[in-house]
Write a protein that binds this ligand. Structure first.
Ligand SMILES: [Zn+2]
Ligand SMILES: [Zn+2]
Length: 236
């Protein structure tokens, strides 16, 4: 790894984008994603394409550039690492459409939307990888050997897919969108039951006192593998 650049912590990534070094970006994405797969590789590829096409040299995680992702599958991790728009810096916006697509936009609304063409992606995979994927991932009944083989094939496919022309695997179009306002800084209030601090708009009232959502027993949102859902905690 390069030494830390305090002024520009993402310099290594942004230099690789403009040098067209997608394999390097994919390797870096593995630090976040934990494995190599075709959808994280496509996220890397789409992220780099959008950054270059919009001429974004530096993404500082201060919401001057935002990424709107339409899925929370592997694709989104490629997007986060390459664009610098992350779950934690509020520059990542999640729309629960269940589509492998994303839009990168500047604060003035000028952006690029890229969606994956799944038929073309499947064609890039080998029949062996598709069959193993079905057994290991979909049915969750692959042997250890199957899992190791799948990992090997996936890594191979992920790096190969980087060389496929963008237009073969993506639909790409310029868009002008309404970018959500900057994230607000909210005051904190203390839950009168558990004593933990809560961002003010998430506080509820119980017996006339502020309480957090889990202590209130009221509905809350959860983002998990299945997307967003509304849950109700057990009464406490
Ligand atoms: Zn993955
Ligand atoms: Zn509480």
């Amino acid at each position: 790894m390069s030494p830390i650049n305090e002024e520009h912590p993402r310099k290594e990534i942004e230099d690789a984008i403009y040098a067209g070094d997608l394999p390097k970006l994919l390797r870096i994405s593995g630090r976040l994603h934990g494995h190599y797969c075709s959808f994280s590789a496509l996220g890397v590829k789409a992220g780099a394409r959008a950054m270059k096409e919009l001429g974004i040299r530096q993404s500082t995680g201060m919401e001057e550039v935002v990424a709107i992702v339409e899925t929370n599958n592997c694709f989104s991790d490629g997007i986060q690492i390459v664009t610098g728009c992350s779950f934690g810096n509020n520059a990542l916006i999640y729309r629960d459409y269940g589509k492998t697509a994303f839009t990168l936009a500047r604060r003035n609304g000028q952006g690029l939307r890229i969606s994956v063409r799944p038929d073309r992606v499947m064609a890039e995979r080998s029949p062996e990888a598709n069959e193993l994927w079905e057994r290991v991932v979909v049915q969750r009944r692959g042997s250890e050997e199957d899992q190791a083989k799948l990992k090997e094939l996936w890594t191979d496919i992920s790096f190969k897919i980087l060389d496929v022309p963008d237009e073969d695997v993506f639909s790409i179009k310029r868009v002008n969108i309404e970018v959500p306002s900057y994230a607000h800084i909210f005051a904190s209030v203390k839950c009168s039951v558990c004593g933990e601090d809560i961002m003010e708009p998430r506080a509820r009232t119980k017996d006339g006192k502020p309480v957090c959502l889990p202590c209130s027993g009221q509905e809350y949102y959860q983002l998990a593998g299945d997307g967003l859902s509304i849950l109700t905690p057990r009464a406490q």
